[in-house]
Design a protein around this ligand. Structure first.
Ligand code: G1P
Length: 274
């Protein structure tokens, strides 16, 4: 059973400036719900109730979002608008939220290591990058990954095929397909040039990670872009055959890019009108 989910959420969101000057990018709404809430709902669907967020300066709106706003609630009580708060109220009532701050931006690996204090070393944990918004007709993507983790008991990363001209934006894996859609990873590289990428299978922002990753991350030197890369630390686990890559069922929107954000907005707008 995976109990905790880590949300690295300290990034600046520069691609959405000036919108993200004072609003955390995780609070940008897709239709009427902030990105981070989609992530939290996906974690809940996977049975997780302990949400751990790595935030930073200017991110206090995240904490306020997952807290009660008494004034608003008392204003809406007994009115037709009360139901608009029911979804978030249910999340607040059924989950715990803990926060720690990343004081310097030194990469995703560093962000995950910053979350160590919230996650501990007892058991495997999930990681959701809220920028990657995942939808699925059936089970949510993280819930699918929990199934894979149950079968194999090791780290699981979600992957999807991406076109050649986009591969340089991702962590890329190679490995042997040991069951349909599940690969035992033997190679992982962060943001390779297309010519040297080991495959077209890109890691997207969903992980289940065994806690030995923290000790590995402490020793991980800066890699691509001069940052401490989670991919490099995961490669250490992969060397021992302890990483599975899972080709998830569903669709991912890269909401860290304007195009992906607009596509997700269209998707959810039309879903809501069905
Ligand atoms: C991060 C990871 C990368 C992964 C990507 C998925 O990169 O470092 O391995 O493929 O998320 O969205 P970023 O998008 O933060 O540059």
């Amino acid at each position: 059973m995976i109990k905790k989910c880590l949300f690295p959420a300290a990034g600046y969101g520069t691609r959405f400036l000036p919108a993200t000057k004072v609003i955390p990018k995780e609070m940008l709404p897709i239709v009427d719900k902030p990105l981070i809430q989609y992530g939290v709902e996906e974690a809940m669907e996977a049975g997780i109730r302990e949400m751990a967020m790595v935030t930073g300066r200017g991110k206090r709106a995240l904490e306020d979002h997952f807290d009660i706003n008494y004034e608003l609630e008392s204003q809406l009580r007994g009115t037709s608008k009360e139901s608009l708060l029911a979804g978030i109220r249910h999340i607040i009532d059924s989950c715990s939220f803990s926060y720690t701050r990343q004081t310097e931006m030194r990469g995703l690996g560093h962000a995950v290591l910053t979350g160590e204090t919230l996650i501990g070393h007892e058991e495997p944990f999930a990681v959701i990058l809220a920028d990657d918004l995942c939808v699925s007709d059936s089970q949510g993507v993280l819930a699918q990954m929990v199934e894979v983790h149950k079968r194999h008991g090791c780290t699981v990363v979600a992957v999807e095929e991406v076109p050649q001209n986009e591969i340089h934006k991702y962590g890329v894996i190679a490995g042997e397909e040991i069951e349909p859609g599940v690969f035992r990873v033997d190679h992982m590289v962060e943001k390779p040039a297309a010519e040297v990428a080991p495959s077209n299978l890109a890691v997207i922002g969903r992980y289940i990670i065994t806690p030995d990753i923290f000790d590995i991350l402490r020793e991980t030197q800066p890699g691509a872009g001069g940052e401490i890369q989670l991919t490099d630390a995961l490669m250490q686990q992969a060397r021992q055959g302890r990483v599975m890559a899972y080709k998830f069922k569903g669709r991912r929107f890269d909401c860290g890019s304007v195009g992906g954000f607009v596509a997700a907005t269209n998707y959810f707008y039309h879903m809501g009108r069905r």
